[in-house]
Design a protein around this ligand. Structure first.
Ligand SMILES: NC(=O)c1ccc[n+]([C@@H]2O[C@H](COP(=O)([O-])OP(=O)(O)OC[C@H]3O[C@@H](n4cnc5c(N)ncnc54)[C@H](O)[C@@H]3O)[C@@H](O)[C@H]2O)c1
Length: 255
């Protein structure tokens, strides 16, 4: 599929990678609905997209809410006169060890059930709801071919302090494979990207010495740019023979 033919939904589009993806679709002449929970940042994004060759619409949506997602997909379909791309990008993290014993007192601290549920809701239930509603709409409207891009993470291999996040991002890659198989008969492809460290507000907020230490584990020795991650999204959208797989874009970190 060509980028200029995309009628795309990007979730978590008010910041970081999602913001870059939404603007890139609009720069490429596509129509895009940028969905997020942050209304102010969405308004800024819309202002920035003025004058681009494509069209950028915004929609408030919490991807963990079934009602919001049903509304999002219906509204996006209506506004763009169809739908053929979904980028499941919205994500949060709430890090903590599963259990940790204080060295001196022996007191046990645990990852709370709220911490677990919050991340699973946004990072795994969100893509489930969005993909389900997107696929149902595409099939119902006979709008295929279509493509879903899931944003996973290198953390899916099991990153210390991220029981919740690693489980969600690994689950998303498992669902990429099975949605790829289940939805192929309707002309819907499903792919995933797994970024390593990317230069987004999360990283920009870190202390330089902490960041430096983290980047020592990256063979290419630096964080990726949002543009470098966009090339992965663009590849999955454009390559009509790609489905079911996840592409690591991590500077060699998971090699
Ligand atoms: N930044 C990295 O180094 C990195 C690495 C690997 C994977 N990722 C993944 O990439 C994606 C984007 O990361 P980022 O660094 O650009 O994040 P970010 O925090 O800059 O942006 C995330 C956006 O998602 C939105 N959001 C949060 N909860 C939401 C919800 N319930 N519904 C809708 N929107 C919601 C936020 O408002 C924000 O605009 C995430 O899925 C993240 O897990 C990031």
């Amino acid at each position: 599929m060509r980028i200029q033919d995309a009628r795309a939904i990007v979730t978590g589009a008010a910041s970081g990678m999602g913001r870059h993806f939404a603007l890139s679709f609009a720069r490429g002449g596509a129509q895009v609905v940028a969905a997020d929970v942050n209304a102010d940042a969405l308004a800024q994004l819309q202002a920035e997209a003025q004058g681009l060759p494509g069209q950028l619409h915004t929609q408030l949506c919490n991807v963990a809410s079934e009602d919001d997602v049903v509304r999002l997909v219906g509204a996006a379909h209506e506004r763009m006169g169809g739908l053929n791309v979904l980028v499941n990008n919205a994500g949060i993290f709430r890090d903590g060890l599963l259990v940790r014993a204080d060295r001196e007192t022996g007191a046990i601290k645990k990852m709370s059930l709220d911490q677990w549920n919050a991340v699973i809701a946004v990072d795994l239930t969100g893509p489930f709801l969005c993909t389900r509603e997107f696929a149902a709409k595409v099939i119902e409207a006979k709008a295929g071919p279509a493509v879903v891009v899931n944003v996973s993470s290198v953390s899916r291999h099991g990153n210390v302090g991220q029981s919740n996040y690693s489980a969600a991002k690994a689950g998303l890659v498992a669902d990429t494979a099975l949605w790829g198989k289940e939805l192929a008969r309707y002309g819907i492809r499903v792919g995933a990207i797994a970024p390593g460290f990317v230069d987004t507000p999360i990283l920009q907020g870190m202390r330089p010495e902490v960041l430096q230490k983290m980047l020592q584990g990256v063979p290419l020795g630096r964080a990726g740019s949002t543009e470098e991650i966009w090339t992965g999204v663009r590849f999955i959208v454009e390559c009509d023979f790609f489905t079911g797989r996840c592409i690591d874009i991590d500077g060699g970190m998971s090699v």
